[in-house]
Write a protein that binds this ligand. Sequence first.
Ligand code: ADP
Ligand code: MG
Length: 327
Amino acid sequence: SLLINQIAAGEVVERPASVLKELLENSLDAGATRLWVDIDQGGLQRIRVRDNGSGIPREQLPLALARHATSKITSLEDLQRVTSLGFRGEALPSIASVSRLSLTSAVADAQSAWRVQVEGSADPSAAEPAAHPIGTTVDVAQLFFNVPARRKFLRTEKTEFSHLEEVARRIALSRFDVGMQLTHNGREVLKLAQGDTAAARDQRVGSVFGQGFLEQSLHMQQEHSGLRLSGWLSLPGFARSQADLQYFYVNGRMVKDRLITHAVRQAYADVLYHGRHPAFLLFLEIDPELVDVNAHPAKHEVRFREARLVHDFLFRSLHRVVAQTRA
Ligand code: ADP
Ligand code: MG
């Protein structure tokens, strides 16, 4: 089972950023409206997420660290099948198997908070009382301490932190209603108040994409045949040499997809020099029946049932806005 844990960990825990993504998604699943993220040394020393979600009752703490599917896996084929399902119920055990993890949580009406700890392949400790407000803290220390081969694949602290920050930004822009704080080596990197008003949204976009983007972009909203596109689109003058500030969400899920990239490039074709990239933060709402956002979760690909319709809607909506910017 240690082998299975570590094979699985290799799939689900590629680098510190993949740990952060799993922890933040768990916090959101638990209904958190505030997230505190503290990173030390590019996540290699520590990745800690605290939330104000519903918490985990004492008796369920060990279960959260136990691999649900282990007993079902009897062959390598099975393992591959489980892998392709995306490790449902597997993230925390996988992360724990390659780190020193502590899980502290408090639920409403409980006498106390409780903590369990696990180091790599060891069994989790018995739950001990702890001090913690309602919600959960997952503290992942010394990632890959027991897998030196994995550590070798990691980049510099700075590069790993930039991946961590990217994960935080993506999630921050998918949930304006959730507050987020991010520190690196004790220094504040992001502080985003929760708020779903237009002003609060602008403020968050400015904090994450930069004030320059906010000042040199247009807010747009278009709707047609059940498709709704809204968000911010940079003016041609804000063009960048890198395609870095290009965030696109489908029904709240961040995606990167050829069809989308193509439609945007077409919309800007008349106004952008070759090799320059627009910046955008766009949200597409579409009938969930018409899209598969799980086509390839790790690669953020989507599959639209009516690809032509979606492409043309995106192109037309964006082109209309881009054309205005020339007037
Ligand atoms: P999954 O999210 O696929 O269920 P995980 O391994 O990521 O599997 O988490 C295991 C379980 O631990 C979750 O199903 C949830 O019950 C619990 N859990 C993990 N993180 C949190 C959290 N921040 N708040 C509340 N419960 C959590
Ligand atoms: Mg999870």
